[in-house]
Unconditional design. Structure first.
Ligand code: F6P
Length: 337
């Protein structure tokens, strides 16, 4: 056997590990589930897939996941285990039911693929019922503290860039200004990076306090500099208001401009995962199972630079990933000239 495969030290000897996806789906989740199932098999541990996240735990929807049960999913978007946001798990009675069901299947530890709400639930669950969990950050928003990249973010960026490239064809053909709304919950990672990649004239994100004057002056400068069309990328929770409010203000200020609005919506969550997200899912899945076998619990797997990292759930859920201000500067330099 290859030496790097031999070097692993398994100290906890779990017989069965459960895996589930929770909260919003994101591309790459299937790659992570596949990696969890196959890493379990590699270490002689049984893997149980729990359908629909915490809801499936409470409703006893559990299926064995052998290496062949996860064939043919690495390239698919969404999550084949399905997912849910589950109110019942917020109640102790719901968590007790979940624990009873896990016990029936012999599940001794869990891998939770989801976001900060899902990790908060896992943390409480461990304190009450002693089931250790490792988390994998699965969200397109990239807003979770403790990792440079969340699963699905890269795919969502590519989806946005592809869509904006198409919108640009109409914008340039008609000399129009398009206000395009992208997702990101209350973080501007998608808008900022997709905006740089797609050549947006202005990027509006919650982390920067832009005013309407800033928006008007950016559009005016663009016209003066010879731009006949513009794309303005607006993050869904920008403090100036909804994309429709912002476009309306712009139309009032520039009655002669031909202005349109596009909301990209859930297409950003769908589609085949990018290579980067598939690889990230694979690395996260291996690191989650091996972390559990090495005695870790209540931590989120992440990637820092080139390396796998582990961050306590407490920290991951309380803090937010800070936006890189140097990227805001890059955006402003390129858009403003
Ligand atoms: O967290 C992922 C995300 O897609 C956010 O970007 C967005 O605000 C939210 O989920 C939408 O949630 P739902 O699918 O429940 O409407």
């Amino acid at each position: 056997m290859n030496r790097s495969l031999e070097s692993f030290e398994n100290i906890t000897k779990f017989k069965t590990i459960g895996v589930f996806t929770s909260g919003g789906d994101s591309p790459g989740m299937n790659s992570a589930v596949r990696a969890v199932a196959r890493t379990c098999a590699f270490h002689g541990v049984q893997c149980i897939g729990i359908e629909q996240g915490y809801r499936g735990m409470i409703e006893n929807k559990m299926i064995p996941l052998g290496p062949r049960d996860v064939s043919n999913i690495v390239h698919r978007g969404g999550t084949f285990l399905r997912t849910a946001r589950c109110k019942e798990f917020m109640e102790k009675s719901g968590r007790k039911q979940a624990f009873e069901n896990l016990k029936k299947h012999g599940v001794e530890a869990l891998v939770c693929i989801g976001g900060d709400g899902s990790f908060t639930g896992a943390n409480i669950f461990e304190q009450e019922f002693g089931i250790p969990t490792l988390g994998i950050p699965g969200t397109i928003d990239n807003d979770i503290f403790g990792t440079d990249f969340t699963l699905g973010y890269d795919t969502a960026l590519n989806t946005v860039v592809e869509a904006v490239d198409k919108i640009r064809d109409t914008a340039t053909s008609h000399d129009r200004i398009f206000f395009v709304e992208v997702m990101g919950r209350d973080a501007g990672f998608i808008a900022l990076n997709a905006g740089i990649a797609s050549g947006a004239t202005q990027i509006l994100i919650p982390e920067t306090q832009d005013t309407f004057e800033d928006v008007f002056s950016a559009l005016e400068t663009a016209r003066k500099n010879g731009k006949t069309s513009s794309i303005v990328l607006v993050s869904e929770k920008d403090e100036l208001g909804s994309v429709f409010d912002i476009a309306k203000e712009a139309k009032n200020h520039f009655p002669d401009y031909d202005i349109r609005v596009t909301v990209l919506g859930h297409i950003q969550r769908g589609g085949a995962p990018s290579c980067l997200d598939r690889v990230l899912g694979a690395r996260f899945g291996v690191a989650a199972v091996e972390g559990l076998l090495q005695g870790r619990k209540n931590q989120m797997v992440g990637v820092k630079g080139q390396d796998i990292s582990y961050t306590d759930f407490d920290k991951a859920v309380k803090q937010h990933n800070p936006l890189d201000n140097s990227m805001v500067r890059v955006a402003k330099i390129l858009a403003g000239t």
